[in-house]
Structures are given as structure tokens and as C-alpha cells.
Design a protein around this ligand. Structure first.
Ligand code: PMP
Length: 281
């Protein structure tokens, strides 16, 4: 098993983290998770574009072009002979004496590794349970930062309650899942929180908008409330690892009739076609 450390492909067991890496001490860094289907990176351009945007928002320097980064990720997937799984990549502000402010000199630490991960087909067919959780995170959720404690606590609440995901809300407004975006369907229209500072603009979320355009499914990026969520015809979440996942139970109460809805199914089928188009390309 290989990984990439600062541009070099090495054995996983040979990698180590400096105790004064700012990612380790402050969570001062950013990351991405890219899906791999049939040995190919899925929507990697969109992920890397978001990575550069996150870097820019934190004045973090990425010492590679998008082409160089893509080539490194492709080489890693090939070296590990990965078929279905993910690539995880992160950049931190590097190693420096522990002071909060940015160090005058430090080179970013770059790590990328792969992990096998099957598509969650069974869950996607049946749907999953969710719980509600107050969104206690900071006000820059648009940045894909390593600081994930709010998300960790929300997901822990879900797991402790036998649920797959926590749906976060700021007061009455539903924002997003602990590691996903959340949508509802009401009267045939798909709704999700707009891409403001309060949510991460998910790549799967953006792929869903593309599908809606092609399939003629009406959608709006518009905040909705916890009451709207409870009264929705369909609820679904999207993420790189969970794809398009129906939510059929919230806090122990069924969503509509408690089975995945028609629009969710249509989105899943179209998403499936995009994945298969990748391996045919
Ligand atoms: N919101 C949060 C907080 C997340 O962690 C994720 C998963 N990375 C998402 C949304 C979904 O984003 P994507 O579709 O790009 O995986």
C-alpha cells in the first residue's frame, strides 16, 4: 500500500507526522475526498477546484498545479490498484514552532492515500435513519477545513441513536448533514440550503443540480425549516461516499410513508448513469 507524501510515492508504513505540524496541533489545513469508480477519479476537477478555493480562503499555498495534483492522485490509484474506493488528500500549513499566527516560513505538508470503499447500494435502496442536531459549528462552513469537531459531535449523536446521519439546523433553519448536504422534496420541487458560509458546497450537491437540469426536475437553493423537513414528501442527503441517500426516518418518525421517494429514485438512476459513463469513457 502506497501513499503520497509531499509529492513522493512511498510505502504507507514509512510516513510519519511531525508533532509540530500545524494540521496536528491546530487543525490548520484543508482536505478533499474524491471517489474512485472502476479505477478512475470521479469529478476530480470539481473537487480540486474546491480545494484551491479552500486554500485561498485560508491563505494556504498549494505548491502544485491542478494538472500536477491530478497526475499524483492518478499515479497513487494505479500504484494501489484501487478499483472502488476513495482518495483522501490534505494540505496543512506545515511544521513550525507552536504559535497561533501563521509562521513566516513553513512548507505545506501534503498527504494523499487511498481506501477501498464499496458503494452503499443496500442503504441507497432502503433509505437510512437520521437525527436532528443543533448546528454549533463556526461561520465558515464553506471551507473544507480539518477542523471537524462540530461535525464529529453531530455524527456521534447519530451513531448513539442508531442513525446514519445527523441533520444540523441553526435554530429553525436546516443547514446540512454532519458530512453531507440535505435536500427535501415538497410538491415536486427539490429544495436545499443555498451555498453560503453556513454549508459546504458539496460536489455531489452540484452534480444533483446538473441532473435536475437534464431531467427537468425543478429545484431551488432556498433555506427551509425543521417543520418543512418533518412535513416533506421526500428527504435525501448527498455526499461523495454516500452518493444520493434517501432519509426515511427522522428522530424515530417516518418521512412521508417511510420509503424512498420517486424523485430520489430518479436522481439515483441518473447518478448511476454518470458513474457508468465514466468507465465507458
Ligand atoms: N457537507 C459537509 C459538512 C461534508 O463534510 C460533506 C462531505 N465532504 C458534504 C457536505 C458533501 O460534500 P461532497 O458531495 O463534496 O462530498
Amino acid at each position: 500500500e502506497k501513499l503520497v507524501l509531499n509529492g513522493t510515492l512511498i510505502d504507507r508504513g514509512e510516513a510519519s507526522v511531525d508533532i509540530e505540524d500545524r494540521g496536528y496541533q491546530f487543525g490548520d489545513g484543508i482536505y478533499e475526498v474524491v471517489r474512485v469508480y472502476g479505477g478512475r477519479l470521479f469529478t476530480s476537477e470539481m473537487h480540486l477546484k474546491r480545494l484551491y478555493q479552500s486554500a485561498e480562503k485560508l491563505s494556504l499555498h498549494i505548491p502544485y498545479t491542478m494538472e500536477q495534483l491530478t497526475a499524483q492522485l492518478e499515479a497513487l490509484v494505479a500504484a494501489n490498484r484501487l478499483d472502488t474506493g476513495i482518495v483522501y488528500l490534505q494540505f496543512t500549513r506545515g511544521v513550525a514552532k507552536r504559535k497561533h499566527h501563521f509562521p513566516e516560513t513553513s512548507e505545506t505538508t501534503f498527504v494523499a492515500y487511498t481506501s477501498e470503499m464499496e458503494r452503499p447500494l443496500e442503504k441507497m435502496r432502503k433509505g437510512v435513519k437520521a437525527v436532528l442536531a443543533e448546528d454549533i459549528r463556526w461561520l465558515r462552513c464553506d471551507i473544507k477545513s480539518l477542523n471537524l469537531l462540530g461535525n464529529v459531535l453531530a455524527k456521534q449523536k447519530a451513531v448513539e441513536n442508531g442513525a446514519y446521519e445527523a441533520i444540523q439546523h441553526r435554530g429553525e433553519t436546516v443547514t446540512e448533514g454532519s458530512s453531507s448536504n440535505v435536500f427535501i422534496v415538497k410538491d415536486g420541487v427539490l429544495l436545499t440550503h443555498p451555498a453560503t458560509n453556513l454549508i459546504l458546497n458539496g460536489i455531489t450537491r452540484q452534480v444533483v443540480f446538473g441532473i435536475c437540469g437534464k431531467e427537468g426536475i425543478p429545484f431551488r437553493e432556498e433555506p427551509f425549516t425543521v417543520a418543512d423537513l418533518r412535513a416533506a414528501d421526500e428527504v435525501l442527503m448527498t455526499s461523495t461516499t454516500s452518493e444520493i441517500m434517501p432519509i426515511v426516518d427522522i428522530d424515530g418518525k417516518p418521512v412521508a410513508d417511510g420509503t424512498p421517494g420517486a424523485i430520489t429514485l430518479k436522481l439515483q438512476q441518473a447518478f448511476d448513469r454518470e458513474i457508468h459513463a465514466l468507465s465507458a469513457a
